[in-house]
Design a protein. Structure first.
Length: 159
């Protein structure tokens, strides 16, 4: 079935059109049976947006039809922010895992997270949207001081 909506119209108009089509379906039909949801008209979706979210279509104002059942609206800036936060959290967990591994059998996840937070606050761990987290090389004697600060319940000393 052909969709008449164009991206210069608000995304809500696309939802209205899809709902109208859905109302005309028989009990045993689904919207996917009559509309190719992967080929909806759309304004160009930025390359850095992961459309597996899924993002079905976007209007010219940046509002997107999203969600597994294509029944939610989100602005592209919010989608981008959420996806960046997800990537940052995944990268953070990877970096914390590396710190925990370097602590050996005496290290805990909690201690690794404290060390991560201390190093991040001190600027020794930085996050770049393209490269993720990176940590500057820290000498062994410096690690001892970092561990002492991390082991305190309420560290007053800043690295």
């Amino acid at each position: 079935m052909r969709i008449n909506w164009t991206p210069n119209l608000p995304i809500e108009k696309l939802i209205d059109e899809l709902n109208e089509i859905e109302r005309g379906l028989t009990e045993d039909q689904k919207i996917d049976d009559v509309v190719d949801m992967t080929s909806l008209p759309s304004a160009p979706i930025p390359d850095d947006i992961d459309t597996s979210y899924p993002v079905w279509a976007m209007d010219s104002a940046g509002y997107c039809l999203v969600g597994a059942t294509a029944d939610e609206v989100a602005h592209v800036d919010i989608i981008q922010k959420d996806q960046n936060e997800e990537v940052e959290m995944r990268d953070r967990n990877g970096m914390v895992n590396e710190i925990e591994d370097s602590l050996g059998s005496e290290g805990t996840r909690e201690m690794a997270e404290k060390i991560f937070d201390l190093l991040r606050a001190d600027g020794r761990i930085i996050f770049d949207e393209h490269d993720g987290f990176s940590m500057e090389k820290i000498e062994d004697r410096e690690w001892n001081r970092i561990l002492v600060v991390a082991l305190r319940d309420d560290p007053e000393e800043v690295l």
